[in-house]
Design a protein around this ligand. Structure first.
Ligand code: THU
Length: 215
């Protein structure tokens, strides 16, 4: 993207000569969205020279291509010191997506799927299970973790959570506490059905946590 920025800056003077205002190299907020935005402000009474028009079209095409590449790279984000190889990362998201179909959420209608990578390498899935007595609802993440531990697993390496909303769903506070029980290094993978994905360490999602080492 550095190349893009340099190119954009060097072309900018052509556009400014035609009074086309351009904002470039603007960092985007979300990891998996395009990292750069190019905004042209062209007013109806402007006299655009052919060079300026060619520059605008060229930059738009270039930005679109590089934006596309950025998104492809972001489709498999990696946390620093992640425990999750790229193929397992995908398997966890696929498993959580499938488990989401079993969600029992007649009250919220908010379907959540989860998949846990346990110490043995096995994957355990879970979904949210709601209850007419709302407070008894169990989140997808805790369902998957409790399945793993009750099957004899001692360690949790990663937890994936999949929902169908544009802004990725991070585990609720209760789930963060339960995840943290299995180590500050557990990777939390968040994904939606549109392919947006990110990964964070539980220690980042639950800083200054109370855990097994706090006694
Ligand atoms: N839920 C989860 O399963 N996991 C989360 O990380 C957030 C919330 C569920 C609980 C409830 O069934 C529904 O989503 C709405 O809160």
């Amino acid at each position: 993207m550095l190349v893009t920025c340099t190119l954009l800056k060097s072309i900018k003077f052509i556009l400014e000569a035609s009074r086309v205002h351009m904002e470039n190299c603007k960092p985007a907020q979300h990891a998996s969205s395009c990292r750069r935005q190019v905004i042209f402000k062209i007013e109806p009474n402007m006299n655009l020279t052919p060079t300026a028009i060619i520059a605008i079209v060229g930059i738009s095409v270039f930005a679109a291509i590089s934006c596309n590449n950025t998104n492809q790279n972001a489709s498999q984000p990696t946390a620093q010191n992640s425990n999750v190889p790229a193929d397992i990362f995908k398997t966890l998201i696929d498993s959580a997506t499938k488990a989401r179909n079993n969600a029992y959420a007649p009250y919220s209608k908010f379907l959540v799927g989860s998949a846990v990578l346990a110490g043995s390498g096995a994957i355990y899935t879970g979904c949210n299970v709601e209850n007419a007595s709302f407070g008894l609802t169990n989140c997808a993440e805790r369902t998957a973790i409790f399945k793993a531990i009750s099957a004899g697993e001692k360690r949790i390496k990663a937890v994936a959570v999949v929902t169908d909303v544009p802004e990725l769903t991070a585990p609720c506070g209760a789930c963060r506490q339960v995840i943290y029980e299995f180590g500050r290094d557990v990777d939390v993978i968040m994904a939606n059905l549109k392919g947006k994905q990110k990964i964070e360490k539980i220690s980042k999602l639950l800083p200054d946590a109370f855990g097994p080492g706090s006694f």
